[in-house]
Design a binder for this molecule. Structure first.
Ligand code: GDP
Ligand code: IMO
Ligand code: MG
Length: 425
């Protein structure tokens, strides 16, 4: 059984937690896009683990973890994270693999990320994580990127110097400090022996696993509404976090995928700039932020919070072909007397969009249309079986499923591993 797991909203839906849960029955977990802009949290007992580049399956000894070709990987971030994972007591030997085709995020990509963001006029700022993601992907498609496999070449450090010279042209144009190519060559030289043991042909590795009928779990980072093609462009990340990205970012065929799981928070959050139709800027938003602990796992920024948006969830169901939903954070809604679901966006002339419009100016001129449901006003965090949930909570979940399509597979009622209810998968 090969499963692709994707975020269905603007990220931080609880993908890390669900991946950790599904890893029990997987042999290999693969990251296929994004980089250390991701922050995936797994809570086991009283320990909280946050992963950025290393697949969230790493917390299960013996499972293989792969950084696929679609990822942009900062070697310094990776080394720090690998050390951390080992300090937590997990043995990585022989089970962590990096694609030689993956792109590297270099120091100058981070400098460009900062400089480009600073140069963007008000209203065009993206609020990036500052991890160099956009410039690294721009270098990839501009065919001037550095691939992980380049570290194996004798002229690796010459390539570093050449790429710095090229980046300096842009940094100077942006009024930012240029970078010393010699310093960079010195900085990256120790990365060669550090990365070398992990670098491999992961396409070959994954296909061997497919042939041996092993189960592969593809861990999406970011989410559908942050997708470079399907998201709220330009307020998006620079990769394809949607299901198709699992193929292009790992080298497996769409035919090898057996099911797609979408992770859906039962309200909505967003970090960074960009449209958010159901955002609550007043006290209700504060309540969601406080109860949901909505602060970025990577940057610590407070997340913007709002009601559940069925328009984007249905869009995500279609774009990804979601078979099963993993719905998270039901417990955060426990105390609300009324829970709201957005079913459309109403324009001033009365027209209601029930599909997500590409034109963000048109969207900005709309008001969300809500359907109100009674809350359940009791705690769900110790529920261990779906049947024990309060009727109003079930009615909320069922109404959402009716509006968006797909089946319920997993329901999460708390941050810890044990608070995950298996429903239909
Ligand atoms: P990801 O980026 O999709 O992996 O999500 P993050 O880890 O950035 O954010 C999700 C946050 O919600 C983390 O702090 C999780 O520990 C927490 N979380 C996940 N599922 C639940 C849940 O069902 N209830 C509560 N209260 N917290 C949850
Ligand atoms: P996980 O995997 C939430 C957002 C940033 C910014 C935009 C572009 O934890 O769900 P980037 O640094 O990628 O160029 O920033 O995307 N963003 C995320 N928001 N969760 C994430 O990852 C995100 N990764 C990027 O806040 O708005
Ligand atoms: Mg996150």
């Amino acid at each position: 059984m090969n499963t692709v797991l994707v975020g269905a909203q603007w990220g931080d839906e609880g993908k890390g937690k669900v991946i950790d849960f599904l890893t029990e029955e997987a042999d290999v977990v693969v990251r296929f896009q994004g980089g250390s802009n991701a922050g995936h949290t797994v809570v086991v007992g009283d320990k909280k683990y946050v992963l950025h580049l290393v697949p969230s399956g790493v917390l299960h000894d013996g499972k293989h973890c792969v950084i696929g070709n679609g990822v942009v990987m900062d070697p310094f971030d990776l080394m720090k994270e690998l050390e951390q994972v080992e300090s937590w007591g997990f043995d990585l030997r022989g089970r962590f693999h990096i694609s030689e085709r993956a792109q590297m995020v270099m120091q100058w990509h981070r400098a460009l990320d900062r400089a480009e963001e600073a140069a963007r006029p008000a209203g065009r700022k993206i609020g990036t994580t500052g991890r160099g993601i956009g410039p690294a992907y721009a270098a990839k498609v501009g065919r001037c990127g550095m691939r992980v496999g380049d570290i194996l070449k004798p002229n690796f450090l010459d390539l570093v110097r050449d790429c710095v010279e090229e980046a300096n042209l842009k940094l100077r144009a942006l009024g930012a400090q240029p970078i010393d190519p010699g310093e960079m060559a010195k900085l990256y030289a120790p990365m060669v022996p550090a990365l070398m043991p992990y670098v491999t042909d992961t396409i070959q590795f994954l296909h061997q696993n497919l042939e041996a009928k092993k189960s592969i779990l593809f861990e999406g980072a970011q989410a559908t509404m942050l997708d470079i093609d399907f998201g709220t462009y330009p307020f998006v990340t620079s990769s394809n976090p949607t299901a198709g990205g699992a193929c292009t970012g790992s080298g497996i065929s769409p035919r090898a995928i057996d099911r797609v799981i979408g992770v859906l928070k039962l309200y909505t959050t967003r970090v960074g700039e960009g449209p958010f139709p159901t955002e609550l800027t007043g006290p209700e938003g504060e309540v969601l932020r406080r109860r949901g602990g909505e602060f970025g796992a990577t940057t610590g920024r407070p997340r913007r919070c709002g009601w559940f948006d069925a328009v984007i969830a249905r869009y995500a169901q279609r774009v990804n072909g979601v078979d099963f939903w993993a719905m998270t954070k039901l417990d955060v809604l426990d105390e609300f007397p009324v829970v709201r679901i957005c079913t459309g966006y109403r324009r001033a002339d009365g027209f209601v969009y029930t599909t997500f419009p590409a034109d963000l100016d048109a969207l900005a001129a709309c008001e969300p249309v809500y359907e109100d449901l009674p809350g359940w006003q009791c705690s769900t965090s110790s529920v261990t079986d779906y049947s024990e949930l309060p009727e109003n909570a079930k009615a909320y979940v069922n109404r959402i499923l009716e509006l968006i399509g797909g089946k319920l597979g997993v329901l999460s009622v708390g941050p810890a591993r044990e608070t995950t209810l298996r429903v239909g998968i």
